[in-house]
Design a protein around this ligand. Sequence first.
Ligand code: NI
Length: 171
Amino acid sequence: MAILPILVAPDPRLKTKAKPVEAVDEDLRRLIDDMLETMYDAPGIGLAAPQVGVLLRLLVLDVAGKDEPPAPMAFVNPEIVWESEEMSVYEEGCLSIPSHYAEVERPAQVKVRYLDRDGQKQEVLADGLLATCLQHEIDHLDGKLFIDYLSSLKRNMILRKLKKETTRETA
Ligand code: NI
């Protein structure tokens, strides 16, 4: 297993639509394990493949509470097939937008169809943190970030700060 470098906005790869996974094979399972290790190391509760520069429709997450055993999950080619009219608001963050948080309103429940790490078709009816996290990560697969839900004024302020920080690090 390996810890992969996480891209930080405004990297253009984070704004690119990812392609469907064609085969759930050993290479993909290795990528899933590396992404999980990268996510736990960060630490974060979700990570999408484009965040590590792989433009495939794949994400991992673990929304288990602090006192619960780890519950790693992998979603290959996830698709939202139903969303509730009821909405909920969570304060979201993102490993690709470090140190910035904002409230985002999304459907409170979603039904997601996906393939698991064995390539088996699965469906989950998610609510609470899992529903929010799944929607946030699936957005990554379409090149969408949580700051895209904010006003352009707020979004540009965050992007300017991130750009300044990244330039400073590499200077
Ligand atoms: Ni994110």
